[in-house]
Design a protein around this ligand. Sequence first.
Ligand code: SAM
Length: 228
Amino acid sequence: MSEIRALLKKALPEADERALERFEIYQRLLGEWNERMNLTAITDPEEVAQKHFADSLAALPYLKAGMKVIDVGTGAGFPGVPLLIMEPKLELTLADSLQKRLTFLEALLRELDLKATLVHGRAEDLGQNRLYREKFDAAVSRAVANLPVLLELTTPFVRVGGTAIAYKGDGAEELKNAKSAAFLLHVKLRMEELNSPLGKRCLVLAEKTEPTPKAYPRKAGTPNKRPL
Ligand code: SAM
């Protein structure tokens, strides 16, 4: 077994052989493309396995085959692509405002022989587009914004009864600041602490109870400038 494969197997005990093979390809392409474009500051194979791959899988228990899921601000594919590797029957959409990241993702998905829809745009615009608004069972998002901003960027994509899932460090602190955003966006928040070797990690789950008011998301840049 190659050194990389052994590392991956240790970090991802739930992955079968086909999934491990795909993570190995992902690891290699990330390294190759990172030399040409800035995709991630994490390059050590063991750190990639833990901090990108294993960490991305935290939302897996909340997702099932056939679910429509959007990854908002996916960057180099996190958490969406690792989730798709583990559950190839997700109907996954990967959205980012930077076209060059999508160019990488297109090549990656081809090499992995996996299907996902790639969308270029800002979440503020896509969330007002009827092709995407309230069309997903779940939205996932990691390292994109503070919770009040993130809720405005992600919950418009989710249908009533669906969930926006935010990957966070200290969720308790963020939850305190997100009460008015949750009220205005009609979501119920709860936090699930993760047992992670990376220290304090949690998922904040925002369950949508009513349609998002038409005013949200506000125009590009406003959620960051004036968080709800
Ligand atoms: N989610 C990835 C991860 O965990 O490694 C990438 C995190 S990176 C710090 C933030 C990403 O979000 C970038 O790729 C950026 O282009 C994207 N992004 C930030 N604001 C956005 C917005 N308003 N709409 C769409 N994408 C956005």
